[in-house]
Design a protein around this ligand. Structure first.
Ligand code: SF4
Ligand code: SF4
Length: 433
């Protein structure tokens, strides 16, 4: 099973693209399907479940058997009542449980999902497997079940667009081609966030390609405050933080990882901007930051950037091989206020200025008349795939164009029929005429 999953190039479709074959090598007593999809404006997991439920449940049962797990839980927002009823009906015969999550952010952070569904706290810097859990994304399970090379990606196109949709796109398609195909006037778009409003990245070029981990393209008009926050330069962020942070500690009080009992205090990272207190254990707690962005985009009354202060510390710690003394500690306990400080998605939408956008994204079919795709050889955690095609070579959709490396990594495949026109960090394929 693991060989098959590897040769099909299946990776975690909801995050960093960790190769699934590697993740499934371990045993676990509980498998959790992370269908929380807690960021505003995202709809792909819900749509995949609506349209491909049997295949996702089949993938889940395969993973449960491989892990030797006794429990399978689907964690999904309780607002999706119809879907919950359908999953309960079809999953009951196999003992699949349902866990309805509140509509809050970040319910889909796997540390939170594991705690909510099982009551277990993953140690600081740990993994779900440390507490016997395997957390798997909806689209990853679909790819496990389909048992064919991963050549396409589901993603939501939303925000300031005429009609938000979820689409299935050939991997390697340029963002600009995707937007134009679904009816977005790219000349009128101010900015695009790739992935989500809380944890996404600002798009630098319409020529960048869709990969196996792209979850959304969210459009914003020029002048919208959210992309402006993402575009603030690091020196400006630090200078503002240094002069304006009043150490109110709201960022810490609402930090989901702090509330889980982890020794992270973003207001200390902000204080570190003043003093460069690199060796202080409280600043070192930045190591446990998930990057959820709640502190910067919701908690801070002064619109400062505590998340970036934490992530900067984290990078610096990695470079200096520093670790927090509580790394891996197993006796952490959630804060007594943990369950009362969930941030409703409705509040987030208001705070981020998203109320004017329709929060929908029905799965819709499009005919992709792409002239060209640019497929990166590194779309996953680990080593890049090794190119096995040459310029001028004809390839067919699903054909391997990059072989799995020696070490952690997976192969990559052509997503259209065509001729290879370039081989480097990416393989460019021009459609057959
Ligand atoms: S919430 Fe803002 S002002 Fe308050 S401590 Fe955190 S960064 Fe500073
Ligand atoms: S981004 Fe902020 S709120 Fe989120 S885990 Fe990091 S410090 Fe906590």
């Amino acid at each position: 099973m693991l060989d098959r999953i590897r040769s099909n190039g299946v990776v975690g479709a909801g995050g960093a693209g960790f190769p699934t074959y590697k993740k499934l090598e371990a045993a676990a007593d509980t498998v959790i399907v992370n269908a929380a999809e807690c960021e505003p404006l995202l709809h792909k997991d819900k749509e995949i479940l609506r349209h491909h439920l049997d295949a996702v449940l089949d993938g889940l049962l395969q993973v449960v058997r491989k892990a030797g797990a006794g429990r399978a839980i689907v964690a999904i927002k309780e607002k999706y009542q119809e879907l919950i009823a359908e999953i309960s009906r079809r999953g009951a015969v196999d003992g699949i449980e349902l866990f309805p999550l509140g509509d809050y952010y970040p319910a889909g952070d796997e540390f939170i999902t594991v705690y909510e569904t099982t009551g277990r706290v993953i140690p600081p810097g740990g993994l779900p497997l440390d507490v016997g859990c395997l957390v798997v994304n909806v689209e990853t399970l679909l790819n496990v079940a389909l048992d064919r090379p991963v050549t396409h990606k589901f993603l939501t196109v939303g925000g300031d667009v005429p009609q938000p949709v979820t689409v299935r796109v050939p991997i390697g398609a340029a963002y600009g081609d995707v937007l134009r195909t679904v009816g977005v006037d790219t000349d009128a778009v101010g900015h695009v966030l790739i992935g989500g409003v809380m944890m996404g990245q600002i798009m630098r070029s319409l020529e960048e390609p869709v990969t196996r981990t792209t979850g959304a393209l969210l459009c914003f008009p020029k002048g919208h405050s959210l992309p402006r926050r993402y575009l603030t330069e690091s020196r400006e962020r630090d200078l503002i933080g240094k002069s304006a942070c009043d150490q109110c500690s709201f960022c810490t009080e609402l930090c989901p990882r702090y509330l889980l009992g982890h020794p992270i205090e973003p207001h200390m990272a902000m204080r570190g901007l003043q003093f460069n207190m690199v060796g202080d254990a409280l600043v070192l707690g930045s190591q446990f930051c998930s990057g959820c962005n709640l502190c910067s985009l919701y908690a801070c009354p002064e619109d400062l950037f505590p998340k970036d202060a934490c992530l900067d510390n984290k990078h610096m710690m990695r470079a200096k091989s520093l670790e927090h003394p509580d790394l891996g500690r197993t006796d952490v306990r959630p804060h007594s206020m943990q369950e009362y400080r969930h941030i409703p998605v409705a509040s987030l939408i208001k705070k981020l200025g998203l109320s004017g956008f329709r929060n929908v994204g029905e799965l819709t079919e499009f005919s992709w008349q792409l002239e060209e795709v640019r497929i990166p050889l590194q779309q996953h955690a680990g080593l890049p795939a090794v190119p096995v095609v040459a310029v001028g070579q004809r390839v067919r959709e699903s054909e391997e164009i990059g072989a799995a490396p020696n070490g952690l990594g997976v192969p990559v495949h052509a997503s259209i029929d065509g001729i290879v026109t370039s081989v480097g960090d990416d393989v460019v394929i021009r459609r057959n005429r």
